[in-house]
Design a protein around this ligand. Sequence first.
Ligand code: NAD
Length: 261
Amino acid sequence: MTPAEARLDGKRVVITAGGGGIGAAMARRFSEAGARIALCDIDAAAAEAVAVDLPGAIGLGADVTDETAMDAFFNAAGAHLGGVDVLCANAGTGGPVAPLAEIDLADWRACLSVNLDGAFLACRWAARRMGPQGSGAMILTSSTSGLYGVPTRSPYVTAKWGVIGLMKTLAMELGPKGVRVNALCPGAVEGPRMDRVVAAEALARQMTEAEVRALYAEGTSMRSWVTADEIADMALFLASPAGRHVSGQAIAIDGHTERMT
Ligand SMILES: NC(=O)c1ccc[n+]([C@@H]2O[C@H](COP(=O)([O-])OP(=O)(O)OC[C@H]3O[C@@H](n4cnc5c(N)ncnc54)[C@H](O)[C@@H]3O)[C@@H](O)[C@H]2O)c1
């Protein structure tokens, strides 16, 4: 990859759930590479706080499960950026941690809604623009949970497999029009989200949090966790000219998962 191929100068990037974690890391990385950013987050203050540090960026409050709110965000993003070249459909929530037999329908639906309805609404909006313009890149955030089964995480696992199905299908629909679609499969990412997941799993499995954290690392060949910046680096590669012929792929950034916890 040449330095020029890693640049996204003038490209218009839309990111969901960009107010923290992986989405915020993506926003910063894309901005450093020269892109202009519009991001949303259910936490409007968090979205604004990320955007304010990025030249020409906007950050707005919107819940990815709310079609009306997302329409408003997409209209604002499209007007601000003048179009879209890159979509990061990144929003996701971990959902309940319990055996399937104990999961409420409402909790199941809430998890699928953020992960799948959110990706659907974002991808549909981008498809309606990228298809006719004959270019663009979509990057959906799945998970290593979209590649394996994980006891006590059935809603999240189901949703993240669904994200990969959506990605595969969109890559086929839009590839002939010059649009690439890929999915990221992060492993366990250092940060507050996994701190919450570890705490819930420790409770559900009657283990200490340190034991759960160690299990995540031991399940990978590299015996490691990953960082949000590493996920953002892969997103940048996929969005950039360097990734010009990468489409339809679910790419793990995880130190090679051998088994899930
Ligand atoms: N953190 C991990 O270890 C990990 C691993 C694999 C996959 N993922 C996936 O990566 C993506 C980002 O995860 P993260 O760790 O950055 O998450 P996070 O929990 O840190 O949340 C990031 C942001 O999402 C926002 N958000 C939550 N629900 C939302 C909604 N309904 N609408 C809009 N914004 C919402 C939050 O306010 C927060 O600012 C998700 O799809 C997640 O499933 C994360």
